[in-house]
Design a binder for this molecule. Structure first.
Ligand SMILES: CC(=O)N[C@H]1[C@@H](OP(=O)(O)OP(=O)(O)OC[C@H]2O[C@@H](n3ccc(=O)[nH]c3=O)[C@H](O)[C@@H]2O)O[C@H](CO)[C@@H](O)[C@@H]1O
Ligand SMILES: C=C(OP(=O)(O)O)C(=O)O
Length: 418
């Protein structure tokens, strides 16, 4: 199992490119199942989750071709299977995103239950209730979701909780349904809007993506299209926090500052000077230690849960005391225990971590428990004395493209131990 060894090396200084967003790429790859014509996707990041999705699509009968460095063409002319097996689903929760497209196009889907993981129970009841409201017959038995439908029917669906993949699954299914579907309390994440843009290019009739009411007028068929995935706001934010934690200067290019409003405000509150252009963000700490910040996660456009662990790490070396409150997932503080091994002063009280900044952390062997927790350990190590070894970094490879190359580019001392 690979590990990363990181040695604190003072302020980061340099520039790095943002990859395409993992959480937009995965639903967009699945959207290719909605049409018998090819979907050409650009700016696809090189990630384990993308490889897993490609394998899943190929298993279902799609022809998946890597066309150039960041290009993937998916042609689901005919589907050979409608089953997403457990061995693929267990490594990646986003596999649930084949449920809506398979059901809408094929009239049947059998998808292994993604189950719980390190950050919470993560049920899929809202996906199931929405598809049922559209006329599907769904049984959940022996760890599988078995769904059948004739042509799905448009429906008004009020989602009980804001769910990102739930909104995406229902929006995709509704594209081929008979009549209008209205999704209320829809997720407003930029990745939902990016998926909607791709579906529109395929001929879907969608209004209101990016707001909490999305209206989809079903059409008989979708067609070939080409789409460029938006930049990864979480990867961008992670590199900016790495800059802040190391008291350095980091420029992220090929990104989009408008996707990171809540994160940039917190970085400014931490004492960073932030400059933006249309596609770059530059963070400069001017050698200063960060100030502790209070963070409260909530659905977009509020502060993203996927940046919570990184800000917990930032507070560990900041001046003062900062509170981090997690409201989306019930068990997303697994990194706290590992950061404590590095000398962090963190007290957990329910959904809140109270973090008292230390001048420095010290290196320690630590274990990555989930994707963003892993990222928080890597960036904390940048501000620690000595060499930190982060174990189980397969989590990080699910969502960060070439993390060691990118951090090295910024001046970090980091190596992979295979
Ligand atoms: C591939 C992808 O895009 N993953 C993102 C997506 O995950 P994902 O889409 O799985 O997360 P959700 O937005 O669905 O989860 C939000 C909350 O809703 C609850 N819930 C969700 C569905 C459901 O049927 N019932 C239910 O109760 C969840 O347990 C959680 O408490 O959004 C999360 C929240 O921004 C991010 O952390 C993940 O990185
Ligand atoms: C939790 C995440 O991903 P997933 O939903 O794929 O587990 C994430 O990207 O931080």
């Amino acid at each position: 199992m690979d590990k990363l060894a990181i040695t604190g090396n003072g302020p980061l200084d340099g520039e790095v490119r943002a990859s395409g967003a993992k959480n937009a790429t995965l639903p967009i790859l699945c959207a290719a199942l909605l049409t018998e014509e090819p979907l050409m996707i650009h700016n696809v990041p090189h990630l384990e989750d993308v490889t897993t999705t490609n394998r899943l699509l190929a298993r279902l009968g799609a022809d998946v071709t890597i066309t150039d460095q960041y290009g993937v063409r998916v042609h689901a002319e005919t589907l050979e299977s409608h089953e997403a097996p457990y061995e693929l689903v267990k490594t990646m929760r986003a596999s649930i995103l084949v449920l809506g497209p398979l059901l809408a196009r094929h009239g049947a889907a059998r998808v292994a239950l993604p189950g719980g993981c390190a950050i919470g129970t993560r049920p899929v009841d809202i996906h199931i209730a929405g598809l049922t409201a559209m006329g599907a017959q769904i049984d959940v038995d022996a760890g599988f979701i078995d769904a059948r439908a004739g042509r799905l029917k448009g429906a008004r669906i009020v989602m009980e909780t804001v769910t990102v993949t739930g909104t995406e699954n229902l929006m995709m299914a509704a594209c081929l349904a008979d009549g209008e579907t209205v999704l209320e309390n829809a997720a407003r994440e930029p990745e939902v809007t990016d998926l909607a843009r791709c579906l529109q290019a395929m001929g879907a009739q969608i209004d209101g993506a990016g707001t909490s009411t999305i209206r989809i007028q079903g059409v008989d068929r979708l067609h070939a299209a080409e789409h460029r995935v938006l930049p990864d706001r979480i990867e961008t934010g992670t590199f900016l926090v790495a800059g802040a934690i190391s008291r350095g200067r980091v420029q992220v290019r090929d990104t989009d500052p408008s996707l990171l409003d809540a994160v940039l405000l917190k970085l400014e509150a931490a004492g960073a000077r932030i400059e933006t252009t249309e596609s770059t963000i530059t963070l400069d700490m001017q050698g200063r230690r960060p100030q502790a910040v209070n963070v409260h996660t909530a659905p977009h456009p509020a502060f993203p849960t996927d940046m919570q662990a990184q800000f917990t790490a930032l507070n560990c070396v900041a001046e003062g005391v900062g509170t981090i409150t997690e409201t989306i997932f019930e068990n997303r503080f697994m990194h706290a225990q590992e950061l404590q091994r590095m000398g962090a002063d963190i007290k957990l009280e329910g959904h809140t971590a109270i973090v008292r900044g230390r001048d420095r952390l010290r290196a320690a062997p630590v274990m990555a428990t989930d994707l963003r927790a892993s990222a928080s350990l890597v960036i904390a190590a940048l501000a620690a004395e000595g060499e930190t070894v982060v174990d189980r970094i397969y989590h990080i490879d699910r969502g960060y493209e070439c993390i060691e190359e990118k951090l090295s580019q910024l001046g970090a001392i980091i190596r992979r131990i295979s």
